[in-house]
Design a protein around this ligand. Structure first.
Ligand SMILES: [Zn+2]
Length: 201
């Protein structure tokens, strides 16, 4: 995905105002204007997790110099939705997904090792692509329940409500790539549009 030189952190929480003038152009002196561009059906490459297909991806970009930024808060929320898809899915989590979830929920390898009553170094192998140590199904269940609880804490609403609002459960394709449901994205777009309306009032 194309991007501007610096990824700038823009506050976009709830009703916080967000300002298109806060973004930096990629060419100094560029007089272009930043606007929201919606990419459809694009694959976004998340750190650690890798590609996730998103039906809609809002980006802030300058038509003139082509500097492009993702919306920080939007991506954070999307990561939480993706985590929910992974946790609800029947499939075993891959090493990459285990690491993604741990980092998302701000846990150390030691924390998860303790939960599973294994050595930290053993747990570290479960996440490492370089070993053939895998997390067993019963351990996976334990970890999934633990993270679901964490998710509930993080989003502040019960996870079944969260599910009702946004998720079509089998939204993981044959290759194991999470596919974010379009209803979910539509809801997020509504909230982004509302923020934009307030910002430009
Ligand atoms: Zn520009």
């Amino acid at each position: 995905m194309k991007s501007g030189k610096k990824k700038k952190l823009i506050q976009f929480k709830g009703s916080t105002k967000f300002n298109l003038n806060d973004y930096e152009h990629s060419e100094s002196g560029c007089k272009g204007r930043f606007g929201i561009e919606i990419q459809q059906n694009s694959v976004f490459n998340f750190d650690i997790l890798g590609p996730v297909r998103l039906p809609l991806l809002p980006l802030v970009s300058c038509e003139t110099c082509k500097a492009t930024y993702e919306l920080e808060d939007y991506m954070e929320t999307t990561e939480l939705f993706v985590s929910f898809l992974l946790l609800q899915n029947q499939k075993l989590l891959t090493k990459k997904q285990l690491k993604f979830l741990r980092v998302l929920f701000d846990k150390s390898q030691g924390d998860i090792a303790q939960l599973l009553r294994v050595d930290r170094s053993h747990y570290s192998k479960m996440e490492s692509e370089k070993t053939s140590v895998f997390m067993q199904p019963d351990q996976q269940v334990r970890v999934k329940i633990y993270y679901l609880h964490e998710l509930e804490e993080k989003i502040g609403i019960p996870k079944d409500v969260f599910a009702d609002v946004v998720v079509k459960i089998n939204a993981i394709d044959e290759s194991g790539m999470p596919v974010v449901d379009s209803d979910l994205l539509a809801k997020q777009m509504e909230s982004i549009n509302e923020n934009l309306r307030q910002a430009f009032r």
